[in-house]
Design a protein around this ligand. Structure first.
Ligand SMILES: [Zn+2]
Length: 255
């Protein structure tokens, strides 16, 4: 895979964000396949698009955010209310995140976050611009990457290293069960438990190790007074979806 943008594509633009768009979107169309089915993606025309790319085969759509900064815990995103509206719509997109190295215009990281990881908890509302600002009242947003489990960040390129197509397609399928969960609150619980499991940073773990997060989960879900049964319920759900295996009483393994 050629990790470099074709810089001549930016020649006719003066605005920097337009330049980046003119280079990064054709790069994605040429190099990135649909993570849902492995087919080719097509870039949608600028003026009529609701998202940036569409899969020719399964019709999943993708929106791309390119940045010269690495995507860390929190990333500034677009206008808050229109983003929330889009995330509630039927054509809600999946998101590509592309981090390029400034100056040499080479792709350093590229990953996809499936749309079902985007709950309203992941989008943080920023303070509206003050009345003295040019766009007074305009409200921006942040995407809280720290709330997305690692299984929801599917890398194609990580620190210049390419990941195999087989691995990408498998990783996508592994969490596809989340798309059937419609209630944000229920999904929030599952994502929180997935985050707890990941933070242990090992494949085998015990129920007690997850119970140790009880206080943190209490803060995230103040309405729930029975945290422990709720934890067990999520673990059972993840087992039914082949995300986990129960080894013996109180012992689990990530598949
Ligand atoms: Zn597809």
């Amino acid at each position: 895979m050629n990790l470099n943008f074709q810089t001549s594509l930016a020649n006719s633009y003066t605005n920097n964000s337009q330049k980046i768009r003119a280079m990064s979107e054709p790069w994605t169309e040429q190099n990135i396949f649909c993570p849902n089915c492995g087919s080719k993606l097509s870039e949608l025309e600028n003026n009529k698009k609701v998202s940036d790319f569409l899969c020719d085969n399964c019709l999943e759509n993708y929106e791309q955010k390119a940045s010269k900064n690495k995507f860390k815990n929190k990333v500034i995103s677009s206008e808050y209310y229109s983003l929330i509206y889009r995330l509630k719509s039927v054509d809600k997109p999946n998101f590509f995140f592309l981090h390029y190295l400034d100056g040499i215009f080479s792709v350093n990281d590229f990953f996809v976050v499936p749309k079902y990881f985007f709950t309203s908890e992941i989008i943080e509302r920023r303070k509206p611009l003050s009345i003295t600002a040019k766009r007074a009242g305009w409200t921006g947003s942040n995407i809280l990457f720290s709330k997305i489990p690692n299984s929801g960040k599917i890398y194609y390129i990580e620190d210049w290293k390419e990941i195999s197509k087989k691995e990408i397609l498998e990783k996508w399928q592994k969490t596809a069960f989340l798309k059937d969960i419609k209630k944000d609150n229920l999904k929030g619980w599952i994502l929180d438990i997935m985050n707890c499991i990941e933070s242990l940073n090992k494949n085998d773990f015990s129920l007690n190790e997850i119970y140790a997060f009880e206080k943190d989960l209490e803060i995230l879900h103040p309405e729930n007074k029975n945290i422990k049964p709720k934890i067990r319920q999520q673990l059972q759900f993840l087992r039914d979806k082949w995300y986990l295996e129960f080894l013996e009483k109180g012992k689990y393994k990530v598949l």
